[in-house]
Design a protein around this ligand. Sequence first.
Ligand code: M6R
Length: 607
Amino acid sequence: MCGIVGYIGNKQALPILLQGLRRLEYRGYDSAGVALVEGNQLRRERSVGRIEELAAKLKGTESASTLGIAHTRWATHGGVTEENAHPHFDCKEVIAVAHNGIIENYKEIRSTLVPKHTLRSQTDSEILTHLIEEHYHGNLRKAVAAALAHVRGTYGLAVVHRDQPDLIIVARMGSPLVIGMGDAEYYIASDPSPMLAHTKRVTFLDDGEIAEVTRSGVHTVTLMDEDVNKCISEIEWDDATAQKQGYEHFMLKEIFDQPAVLKDAIRGRIDLEEGTAHLGGINLTDDQMRSIDRIVLIACGTASYAAMIGKYAFERLVDIPVEVDVASEFRYRDPVINERTLVFAISQSGETLDTLAAIREARRKGAIVRGIVNVVGSTIARETEGGTYIHAGPELAVASTKAFTNMVAVLLLYAVQFGRLKRVTPTTGRRILTEMLEIPKKISIALEQNDAIRQIAQQYSNYSNYLFLGRGMNYPVAMEGALKLKEISYIHSEAYPGGEMKHGPIALLSSTFPVVAIHTKNALYDKMESNIEEVRARGAKVIAIATQGDDRVHEIADEVIWVPATEAILEPLVNTIPLQLFAYHMAIQLGRDVDRPRNLAKSVTVE
Ligand code: M6R
């Protein structure tokens, strides 16, 4: 939620900041703003709407400034107005602050500031500028530290002062902040994507740290003013992977990325000789793995549906109880976990606040906590004592696609690895993993249905409601399909296990309420066929996802989307693809903003 960028160096700051904002637009896109230190002036421009509105406002602006900060907002406190857009100024308009996070005690602080300060916005963030103003006596870092001592909540912060043309102060508590290292120039951002075009050497600020960034270096201290030695990490993503590469939308590009990135997720992790997987990042010996008696998978949204697929796989192959917990519920229900519980936090961004809070709670209770994360160096990756990167590359569309399939792939590899220590034989392990190596090709075959799916979307975009049905491992696939559709097309859609439909939702069905049924050839095929018959008996249209060569399906479905056959346990990796394309084409038909759906942000760093 919200993106911050900053630049200090010897180049013109404004184009770098605008480009950085475009890269971070997925984090929020209600309003945006930029503040530049220029001579002895602090210059600011803000605008409601997308980054392009801000860019249009700034068109023709000549600025020689080589130091500035910028912000793209996802509103929490205060409506979407120019006054509420960041950066915020202090009373004298000499300090500018860009903030990502929530200041929980802002009302109390605001009431103490109001008699002496002119507050111009309804945001929680603005109080930071006035607190810094109160504490500023020539040392900006000390003023920021003193101001932060008053606040409760979360922040990623970038601060500049008109009289300090060689300084940006950044601070972090709960909201990510990355510093990119150039040659006598430094980039600041909420995640590494804006700096990929400039540098891959980055350092991640940790909670409770403040850094002074000047043209000659970065000096990091704690809030208690103790020096901190930071490590520099190398980001492996390259800038091209963060571009649309000729596709009309990031979402479509990311859907089509899947054959390639799935290979990245499994590369070097499969041992066919032993019929097992090696995910070394788990950092546990075989004996420690055998001693685990429960697995808890914690995630939100799409990642939680990947987790549900993981549960099916673990239970089938490992023979230990597995629970899936939606992170926002986990920590408020006093979960029963102990030192024999293995908790996996699953997250694309690695910054989802609910997931982070949940793993902190799990750790407090003594669980072994590991991450399954996409963004390298993200907070969840750093706060877990091991785990696995899913290697999906930058995912910039708000609707998650390739991260989902790669999460599922990694969970399946873990299920085989654990399973081989329990009841899976080398032959079974080998069979599953040999087929896993075929999945990138099978995803490519599923993607060939793109045109057929576009045509189906043309006929079906006028319906206001959809029911998605699946059974077994395809139930979470149905949930993911329904989430994709509602997120980007705004069509109401929900998912049910096929067998559960008769216990209530069947009442909704009629000729105006189509059903998308995942009806591939597996052990539950006949059961699902009966469920589809029940749908048809109520006059509802049926769009079936079916296995190539299934000649019975035409008798019960109005439309058929074909996928190649695979091992039952791997079906979700293939069956999800047409649902992603279906959501995409429905949204296009309805003229929606596919990559930036309303009300959503990619990385949800508020509770
Ligand atoms: O970054 P995370 O994987 O932790 O994000 C979790 C959810 O916020 C995310 O999957 C969300 O549901 C997406 N918009 C789904 O497309």
